[in-house]
Ligand binder design. Structure first.
Ligand code: FES
Length: 121
């Protein structure tokens, strides 16, 4: 059954600011993920570039480019739309893997799915 998993307090995510990292089990493997806030909304993706499956942050938990309008991979500069994860420029041919989030009562939660689970330590 899909569940909501507490991620962070809403105040931890600022518009176009640092991401909050978290771990997920994606298709049976532990993977890094991140959540950001953009134009007031919260979004989360696997931290895995669609060009080569590498982590994207150029400094820890920094994904936005200088304009604060795009998520950028540090390795070869692939550019993604923050609201959808769609590849808009650079060597990526696919989109980021999106993770559903919701925000309620000052907290942010991510949602498990059939191929996205919590990590059991
Ligand atoms: S690995 Fe991200 S742009 Fe090449």
């Amino acid at each position: 059954m899909d569940e909501k998993v507490f991620l962070c307090a809403s105040s931890a995510l600022e518009n176009s600011g640092r991401a909050v990292p978290f771990d997920v089990n994606y298709e049976g493997m532990t993977s890094k993920a991140f959540a950001v806030r953009y134009k007031g909304g919260v979004q989360a993706y696997l931290n895995r570039c669609a060009h080569i499956p590498m982590e994207m942050d150029y400094q820890e938990n920094r994904f936005f480019d200088e304009s604060g309008k795009w998520l950028m991979c540090a390795t070869h500069g692939a550019v993604y739309a923050p609201e959808t994860g769609q590849c808009v420029e650079g060597p990526c041919r696919k989109n980021l893997v999106k993770i559903d989030l919701n925000e309620s009562n000052g907290n942010v939660y991510w949602h498990t799915t059939h191929n996205l689970k919590t990590v059991i330590f």
